[in-house]
Structures are given as C-alpha cells and as structure tokens.
Design a binder for this molecule. Structure first.
Ligand code: 3HC
Length: 388
C-alpha cells in the first residue's frame, strides 16, 4: 500500500518507519528539510538498533529507500492511506486535512494520530467525513504495540474495519472504541495517574521519587509516573490534561506540571523535567528501592476511570487492560492489577481522598456495586475477572 505520513516529529518519523519496515511505500511530508533530515537521522538510528538485534532483517538503507521525503503535498496524489501526526493545533490540522482532501484520491482514508482533538471536528475539514478516523499510536511507535482506533460519528464501518486490519498487519494490537470520548482510553487513564501522583506530592503524602519508586518497584511499571510524564513531554501532558478536562472530565488541582512548562522544563526533550536528562536523551531514572506509597492508592483514580469506561460500554475490561499492557508496557492489565490489590482497597482509597474534598475521586457505581456483592478481586474469586 502507499501511505502519506504528515509530520515527521517524535510520532510521525516512528510511524513512517513502522510502515516502511512492513514493506509499504511512504511519503513523509513536513514543512522544512531541516526537520525532515532530522527525522531521517532518527529513523536511521532506530533501524540500525533493530537490524543489529535482528528484529528487522532488511538492511536499514533498503527500508529507508521506501520512504520519500517531501515538503509538498503533491506526493500524496496516489496514496491509499494517510496518517497525520502534526502538533495539536486545530488550525494546523485544518490545513493538513484540507490539503490531503484536495490531493489524495477520493477513496483514500485519512487518519489522524491526534491524542486530544475530537475526530469529528477534524473530519469536518474534509469532503470525505466517512473516511476520516483516529489512529492513535503510542510513544515510541516503533516499539509500543497499541493502536487505538477511534471512529467519529461520521466514520463508516468499512473505514474502521480497514484501519483495524491495517494496525494488525503492522504487528500492532488495535483497540477500537465503541464511541469517541475525550482522551480516548490510554490518555484518560494516564491523566488519572498523573493527577493522583501530583496530588500525593502536593499534599505532602509522598515525594516525586517515592511515587515513582512505588510505580516501578512495587507495581512493576517500566517507568515512574513522573518519569513517564517527562518521557512524553510535559507540554504534551499539560495539553492533553487541559483538553480532556475542558471537554467535561473532573479535574484534580495540580500546579507542578504547569510550573515546569512555564519554566520551559519540558522533560527529556529539553534535558530537564522532574528529573535531568543530559544530552536530552532518555536514561532510566535512579529511584529509591523502597517507598511508603500504597499501590492501591496510586492506582485508585485510574481504576475509577477504567470503571467509568466499562460502565459506559466504551470498552470492555480486557480492552482497558490491552491498552495499558500494549500502550504503556504495564506488566499486567490495570484491572488485573486492581483485582490483585483488591477492589475493596481501591474503593477505600477513593472514598478517603474524596472525603478530603477531591470531587474527582467520587467512586464509580460499578466499584461500589462490586464491593457490595463481594466481588473484590482475586481473593474472592471474582472482580473484573473470574478466578477458578
Ligand atoms: N527504536 C528502536 N529501538 C528502540 C527505540 C527506538 N526508537 N527506543 C528504544 N529502543 C530500544 C532500546 O535500544 C533498547 O533495546 P535493548 O533492550 O536491546 O538494549 C530497548 O528498546 C529498551 O530501551 P532502553 O534500554 O532505552 O530503556 P527501557 O528499558 O526503559 O525501555 C521503553 C524504554 C521501551 C520506552 C520503556 O521504558 C517503556 O515501555 N516505557 C513506557 C512507555 C510508554 O508508556 N509509552 C506511552 C506514552 S503515552 C503516549 O504515547 C500517548 C500520547 O498521546 C501522549
């Protein structure tokens, strides 16, 4: 198949690389040759790592030869599928989608990797609303297996099915939402993790390092919550936080993230965020081996969010778990972990924090019902899952 990838930054260059690894022809479009050349260098470095490990068999130069770079949309005239990955600015998305709509063949699907702008708003920039869809990759897209597929109210079933099939053919695990919700699945849960992490630090319950040590050493996550926030980029975190809250999700007061962004401490990409990254390169953060933070408390708001998603029939528990396992490299699904920690423990923490005046922690009916019925997780034989 022939693809256009518009935007060659962190996500765009990675998506183009994945498509080329799987044998597709890719037109990589961006606004300047400086940016494109930097993307080429990043793809080369990444492909070299895969080649040396044997995870890709073809020589990197052969894979790269399938990627044509351009500063003009004209190269998109014969594509089958486009994926947009430009910054989250509505006017920019408008320009990209209007250009693609004008140049790409009528039957081409136009996907967006947006993490925060409603897909239906983007679809409205085009004359093919049924062929516009969300295809949300996770950072780094070369490694993370998850792709959230988000149909808007206009997207046809055929477009959704083709996008799911494409994701699968790229070795990814697609999770399709029944209906679009702000932040989709992964970022809604990631937001809840950041909010609780921030609340614990700002209320003096724990330090940043203690929160992250709990996440990594007690829960087994690949990164601490603040470490992951640095990795994603604190400007991106604040952006997705504000976009989700603006569209009706309850907020938790937190100054830490915005203060960092105001000081231009953006995480890995600027060399400093909650931690320091010499040379603007990610290096695993050093954390204390032990922590007083309770995993059930740190995950409580995230589990409450997952319960909301399940209650509202947006995804099933197993799909929430796929999102966290394949999009964030959780060692187990969030709801599997919740079952192990005990739904009663999760609920007790939510009630405790809610009673301190944090309205976002109001326990979801589903969790209250589960505890009332004695379905408190692994120890009772049933929680989100059944145990023999
Ligand atoms: N290309 C090729 N290989 C790469 C790579 C890339 N771009 N990035 C990392 N690797 C390889 C490394 O070379 C290394 O290989 P090795 O094990 O053979 O040496 C391996 O991946 C692991 O990398 P590191 O040793 O540098 O570091 P870690 O062991 O900590 O792994 C990680 C890095 C895979 C990123 C891991 O920390 C992780 O899974 N973190 C969680 C990431 C996450 O949650 N992403 C989602 C963010 S949210 C999002 O994207 C949504 C958006 O909308 C905000």
């Amino acid at each position: 198949m022939k693809f256009a990838v518009v935007g060659s930054g962190t996500m765009g260059h990675g998506i183009a690389e994945v498509l080329a690894i799987y044998g597709h022809q890719v037109k990589l479009i961006d606004i300047s040759w400086d940016i494109l050349n930097r993307a080429k260098q990043r793809m080369e470095e990444s492909l070299r790592k895969f080649y040396e490990k044997g995870t890709v068999k073809e020589d990197p130069s052969v894979i790269l030869s399938r990627i044509e770079m351009s500063t003009s949309y004209d190269v998109a005239k014969d594509i089958d599928f486009a994926i947009e990955a430009v910054p989250e600015i509505l006017d920019l998305k408008r320009k990209v989608f209007q250009s693609l709509d004008e140049i790409a063949p009528r039957e081409a699907i136009l996907a967006t990797n947006t993490s925060s702008i409603p897909i239906s708003e983007i679809a409205e920039f085009t004359s093919r609303k049924d062929k516009v869809i969300g295809m949300h990759f996770f950072n780094p897209p070369q490694i993370m297996k998850l792709v959230e597929v988000i149909p808007s109210k206009y997207t046809s079933e055929d477009t959704a099915n083709k996008t799911v099939e494409l994701a699968r053919s790229l070795g990814k695990v697609p999770v399709k939402l029944r209906i679009e919700v702000p932040g989709f699945i992964g970022n809604r849960i990631f937001l809840r993790l950041m909010q609780e992490a921030c609340r614990e630090v700002e209320s003096g319950e724990a330090s940043i390092e203690e929160v992250d040590s709990c996440a990594r050493n007690k829960i087994g996550l690949p990164m601490g919550i603040f470490e992951l926030s640095d990795y994603v980029g604190l400007d991106i975190d604040v952006d997705l936080w504000e976009n989700i809250v603006k569209r009706g999700t309850s907020d938790v007061p937190c100054k830490l993230f915005k203060e960092k962004v105001a000081r231009k401490e953006l995480g890995v990409k600027s060399g400093k965020g909650f931690y320091e990254y010499p040379g603007n390169k990610y290096l695993k953060v050093k954390l204390p081996a032990t922590s007083k933070v309770d995993p059930a408390r740190l995950l409580s708001l995230a589990v409450n969010e997952a319960a909301w998603l399940v209650e509202n029939n947006i995804v099933k528990p197993s799909e929430v778990d796929d999102v966290m396992k394949y999009g964030y490299n959780f060692p187990k699904g969030l709801l599997e972990i919740a079952d192990e920690l005990g739904i009663d423990n999760i609920l007790r923490n939510l009630e405790d924090i809610y009673n301190k005046g944090y309205s976002a922690y109001k326990p979801q009916d589903l969790l209250v019902k589960m505890v009332k019925e004695g379905k408190v997780g692994k120890k009772s034989g049933e929680g989100f899952y059944k145990y023999a």
